[in-house]
Design a binder for this molecule. Sequence first.
Ligand code: XMP
Length: 530
Amino acid sequence: MSVIIKIMRDIHNEKILILDFGSQYTQLIARRVRECGVYSEIVPFDTEKEIIKENNLKGIILSGGPSSVYIPDAPIVDKKIFEFGVPVLGICYGMQLMAHLFGGCVSKAAKREYGRAELIIDDDSDIFKNITLDSTHRTPNSITVWMSHGDRIEKMPDRFVPIAHTDNSSIASMKSKDSRLFGLQFHPEVVHTPHGIEVFKNFIYNICHCSPTWTMASFIEYSVEDIRKRVGEKRVMCALSGGVDSSVTAVLIHRAIGDRLTCVFVNNGLLRKDEAEKVVSAFRDNFHINLVYVDAEDRFLNKLRGVTDPEEKRRIIGREFIAVFEEESERIGGFDFLAQGTLYPDVIESVSFKGPSATIKTHHNVGGLPADMEFELIEPLRELFKDEVRLLGKELNIPDEILWRQPFPGPGLAIRILGEVTKERLVMIKEADAIILEEIKRVGLYRDVWQSFAVLLPVKTVGVMGDERTYEHVIGLRAVTSKDGMTADWVKLPYDLLGTISNRIINEVKGINRVVYDISSKPPSTIEWE
Ligand code: XMP
């Protein structure tokens, strides 16, 4: 009986493999499959067929990509993968490739199709089964989809039949006559295809016959067992920053090995107001995790004295962090493993259409710890996306305050104090920053905004308070929306809110007499000012 339960609970038992042709949406495909409750993995399109064909393979998805199947160096797959017997779903380039490989004809479309389209379903027996139709459309039996393609299938391979069309594409979806290979010209993975998830569910459950084993509850069960097996009676050390990834890593490992985990929290003095205390109380008092708190504020500030160059600040902080961490690990001693909160997007790299790069980033979440530290790495989140990490954290009862914390840079407030970092300036920025966060939270915008924070400018301006002339510092307010920090836009915060923040900072923070709002996007600016 227990053996049966074990098999049922192995979250990797059923896998949908995604072959990546370089689409910017490949990661989204994997996330959608996982949202359906099935494990999915991304591999480069030219991964050896023996690796693709692992026992737990239940289905294959060919991603989109920027190439054209008819150009000489187009990325293609070994046709043998279609003989594995598992269903295959080709999306956009993936569908065109399938058509090309099976003798169809793909060419440049007279009219590019980009954006919203009405997809008229001609066969709803499998991949479009029970899909929610859009009743607002002129044409019955249609759904809204999102298209992004310049090529189209002119001639269908003999083995296939069309199952949906749009005004511009007579073959917007096709299937093989044995209902095992499917192609979609549109992108079911993007939010602009509102019922795309239903398409994935049909593929995963009705066509690949998977069962929903990938849940965060089962992930915990699997990981705990895995960590216990790996660590045995040995001990693990984890650098805790209080951010979501390191927090979830710590709590998960703690659940597996309890007191044999020790977390080290380095207070570099560059954290937000009350942040160090909050992290200590959350982990020591709530989770009862062994936590070594290192008060290194003076040490960091001494090293930063007189430094104004942003990159120099970063270097100093990075070096000092390593030094403190190494000293602590030596002082406490007896650790074999170092835990890190590496995530799946850090591990995979989307392959370019010119060729695969199976390169695995050597990503160091803990501020670039050197490779020669004599630890084995333990990275329990390396299979997860960020949204899954939050779900996992929820399942582990980690408070929302930690799980939804806005990203905070490793060098902390040092890169938000333009010019020299001093104790006096730290007090000013911490107070102003706390007011900003408090007000943003009060109006319920904290989660919608990627980051919102104060910057202390290296200029003084004239003001008047009461009857007195003042000559004091300026706070820059920065609030941006972003998906991943790579691009960002400034938030159109309500004027009332801006007014309240400005009033409160000028009234409550000694040394500040002016607040300005940063209305630059990234690019050409960056999110941080340094
Ligand atoms: P920028 O300013 O480059 O920031 O637009 C993009 C994202 O990265 C964060 N950031 C850093 N994070 N160490 C970090 O750990 C750094 O030196 C650093 N610099 C910027 C920034 O907060 C934003 O989320």
